[in-house]
Design a binder for this molecule. Sequence first.
Ligand SMILES: Cc1cc2nc3c(=O)[nH]c(=O)nc-3n(C[C@H](O)[C@H](O)[C@H](O)COP(=O)(O)OP(=O)(O)OC[C@H]3O[C@@H](n4cnc5c(N)ncnc54)[C@H](O)[C@@H]3O)c2cc1C
Length: 421
Amino acid sequence: MQTIETDVIVIGAGPAGLCLARALDGSGLRVTVLERETEQCLRAPKFDGREIALTQRSVRLMRDLGMWRRLPPDECHPLCEARVFDGRMPEPLKVGGGDEPLGWLVPNHAIRAAAFEAVAECGNVTVHAGVRIAAVDADAAAARARLEDGRTFAARLIVAADGRFSETRRALGIATRMHDFGRAMLVCRVTHERPHDDTAWEWFDRGQTLARLPLGRATPVGHRSSIVLTLPGVQMRELQAMDDASFAQDIARRFHGRLGAVSDPGERHVYPLVGAWATRFAGTRVALLGDAAVGMHPVTAHGFNLGLLGVERLAAELRDAAASGTDPGDAARLARYARGHRLATAPLHLATRGIVALFTDDRAPARALRAGVLRASAGFPPFRRLLASFLSDRRGADPFAAALSLVSEQGDGRPRRADRW
Ligand SMILES: Cc1cc2nc3c(=O)[nH]c(=O)nc-3n(C[C@H](O)[C@H](O)[C@H](O)COP(=O)(O)OP(=O)(O)OC[C@H]3O[C@@H](n4cnc5c(N)ncnc54)[C@H](O)[C@@H]3O)c2cc1C
């Protein structure tokens, strides 16, 4: 049986796995990426309905990785303001609206294509697409991935970047807390009558959660947005079965006319809502990355942003190991990565769970509580700054620094210019 020696095996050529491979360009480490999808799927991924809201920090990292310039400019849309509505509450909570966009909306398939293109020019990275992994194992000496075709790759580190249902994570004995939210999320591009003003809406309505993500300039037939609808499974099936005209009407009705007339819906994509939080982010010669470590509920739009944070942190450790001629699978390094990434992701992960629990509960006490939370937040500028910093990562994506700002920036309590709407 053939054994191929490499330094780092990355399982999964999704956005996280490919970004890590690219971040190791020029490090001197040999990187082997194993992916079950075909090379054609990686080179030209199909539109999957996801519009990824990228923080400014993520955009900077994608620039550094040589990905941003590969994105089609007409697929990158500024996200200038976010508004959060609760039920029929007349005034939403508003975040952003300053000179600089909070972030950018870019379709997931475009991110994947740009990442693959960026990796294709790395001399130290080999991508094996369309492969089936028969077994993975790791011990103090090496990490190994055996393919169904008989080849075995042996490395000093294996990175599981194979998504929130990661088989690698399970095969290596890392337990994970999965949380089924009992709902599904539908995403679809539509044309609508009223302008979106580059503003995203998140609307926690009775029995449904709606979002509207603005997609750039108006076309001759209207304004384009992606709508995101969260519903229990049975209702979702009814919605999927509708023809385009009925679906467009139904969406206009669900938004209570705020979009105006809705037309020309694109392909509908539905995702089950299941969160994942691995009990460990690293083990013997293994590190978890992207959704395999933290699979977020999309409501706070942070899954890939957190994945990129992990890429930055893990790549820094591995580059440092290569530069100093030490072992990239060294236990102390992996423990440092795991600890740092847990601290960086836990607040948002927990906050997201809390937000979903509070804002999707239609019982009277929960409704009263969230109306109070939003009212208090609207009248408390430091909270909005905290929210903006989470969205835009202006504070370097450090949730603790952002939380500290809540305390330190209250000052005399009077609103500053930027706090007024
Ligand atoms: C509707 C929706 C909206 C979202 N919106 C946002 C947003 O606005 N902002 C944001 O930051 N994030 C958002 N996310 C989250 C974001 O899409 C994910 O965090 C991101 O795609 C995860 O990337 P990944 O590479 O970790 O995993 P994946 O994208 O799941 O990639 C995993 C890869 O591993 C491969 N693979 C799996 N198993 C194996 C195996 N056994 N062997 C080999 N290969 C394997 C898969 O084929 C795939 O290529 C959203 C998600 C959804 C569903």
